[in-house]
Structure formats: structure tokens, C-alpha cells
Design a protein around this ligand. Sequence first.
Ligand SMILES: [Zn+2]
Length: 403
Amino acid sequence: MNKAVIFLADGMADLPIAELGGKTPVEYAKTPAMDSIAANGMSGTFFTLPDGLPTSSDVANMSVLGFYPEKNYPGRGPIEAVSQGIELAPDDIAWRCNLVTVSPDGVLLDYSSGHLDETKARILMEDLQKEFGSDLVSFYPGVSYRNLLVLHGKKFSPNLDYHKPDSSQGIHMSELKLTALDDKAETAFTKQFLEELAVKTDEFLRNHKLNQNCESPANAIWPWSPGRKPAIAGFAERYNGARGAIVSAVDVVKGIGKCAGMDVIEVPGATGFIDTNYAGKVAAALKALEDHDLVYIHVEAIDECSHMGDMKLKLQAIEDFDSKVVAPVLEALKDRNDVRFAILPDHPVPLSLRKHTTTPVPLAVCGCGIAADDVAFYGESVAPTGKLGKLAGDQLVKLLLGL
Ligand SMILES: [Zn+2]
């Protein structure tokens, strides 16, 4: 079995932009390291977002790792609860709970409350727990605006549809309500319970001292993507006993790894944004490769810049990813003849749309035993012409490990 490194650039794929001479951001940005993977190896595309499932990072990253979300998707809430080591009882339902900014007249302004400060987020969530925690509901702080809410007991149901906050900015809250997906009493009760809870929590947050005189007050809770305790088959079980490791700042990716029995390497200072600890992630990944077969290096910053619709910041984040993550790892492993490398995003977030789309993502693979095809650089326009063709499911991990 080979060793393998997957470079996962969250939300990096995009569309051609006139201002960039008709190139996409990754094609326009300076990316010599990613281009070298394409030039020395093979290119193709990878299908990450099956129909009927949310177009979200947890689904997409489960697809890249070959965990088939179309069969096993537990919901974002439970995945992040596992990441945080929150023990879910069989009747518990975990919800991702964003802290968002809503305008005085009820329009969702910011899904992240201005990329909420870590300490402030923790205080707000702890105060919500003190004020509203009960044997029916618990609040848990997570990473910045990404928090958790757990409903306890048989009287609740996870069968509600929701609007993803990062795709609902600028819309009035009255159009963004939860909808029941069946006519069971538990489902109706859960909808009513959460709506009544939100009225009280949001008033509490509006009046909270930390939300006075600030640009993006965290003045509303936004529960979404619920589910019960996950049951995902293990990485080793799927891949001939291979040992897998995850390096990421965000609970959604760490949670997927933990659900599948992969080792999650914690990196101090990894923030999930452009100020993250790139050097620390690289060092952690190289160390993990010593006693693991596959290391998954996930970087969130590009996705956040894309949802902000900030082209300059997206280009900067792409160049940082190339020079501070991909280049140093390739350099450190250049004399090894037992490693394969892959570069891909989990899904596109076109700057013009500021939300996820389902177009298969550009993929490039190089390393031991991989012959080069004609594709000379890494980008959305050329990747589909490469020798790899269209991959999906467990095809990428199996190719990388030589299974
Ligand atoms: Zn993503």
C-alpha cells in the first residue's frame, strides 16, 4: 500500500471571471505547487454532491473520502457533536446552531456574525445554556459562529427541512422558517418548540452586553441540519486496514474523521479562516504521515472568502494555500517514492453566487507510479480533459493507496 496526502481546499472551485481575463480564481492565482501536481500527474473531475442531499461541506467531504453520504449522511449537527466529544443519547437530536446577525426589520445579514470572535461566541453560548438550558435542550459552544444545540427525548423529531444560513443572506426570516417533512406530532412539536425558543433566545441575545454597539451583533440562533448519533463504517474497514488521519480546523471535517475512526490531529491556532496556522498544519500532516497511510489536509479559509464574495481575499487565500501548505509538503516529501498526492476542492463556491454549487470539482493526482497526462496546470477548464476522467465514491482513496 502507498502512502497518500489529500490537499482539500474547501470551496476553491469557481467560474471564469471577466476581470480575471476569463480565468477562474485558481487559474488566475499564482499556484506553482498545485500546477506541478497536474503537470507531473493526471487530471480529471470528482463528483461530491449527490442529488437529494444538502450541498454542504459535510456531504462533499464524506464523498471525497469514499464514505457514500447518499447512504450514510447523519446530518451536520451529529457530525460536529462527535467532533466535540459530546456523547449523544439514542433519543438525542443534535443541530448545528449558527449565531447569526439579523437586521432590526428581520433580514438575515450575516451567517457568521462577522466571523464571530472565539471568546465572545463561547460566552454567548454559555449564557444561552445558563438561561435556557433544560432537560429538553442544551447549548454547546463550538468554533466561532459554528455551535451546537441538542434536543433531548422521544417527543422530538429530526424530520424538518431548513435553510442553510450561508446561502440565505439578504432574505427575510419569515421566508426562512423550518418546515415539517411529515405530519407526525413529534415533528410539529419540534418546529413549535424551536420557534418559541428562538423568540426568547434572540431577545436575550439582542439585549446581551456583548452585542451592544457592534457592527455584526450575534443576535439570533439558527438551528439547522439535525440528526441522531452517526453510524458510519470505519476508514480501516473500507480500505484494507489503512490508517487515516485528518488535519482540519473545523468540526464538520474533524467529526467525519472521528465518526469513521480516523485520527484527528489538533493544531493550535487553526482558525478556519485566513489567519489560520498554516505552518502548524503542515508540521502536523508530515508527522502524521510517519504512522498513517493517508493524511487529509483540509483548509477552510477559501470557502469563507467565497461566501463573503471577496475576490481579492479568495485569490490571497488560494495563493496562501499553495505556498504555505501544498508547496512545503511536496518539498518535504520530494525524495519519497512511496507517496501519492491529490489536490481538489470539496465543492465550488462561485464568487458571483456566494453559495455552493454541485458541479464536479477539478482533481489532479501525482506521485509514485502515476504517469503524466497532457494537462499542464491545475484548473477547472482543463481538468475534465485529463486521463483520470470522472471519479466518484471510493475511487480516489483507492487510487491513492494503490488498492
Ligand atoms: Zn465546503
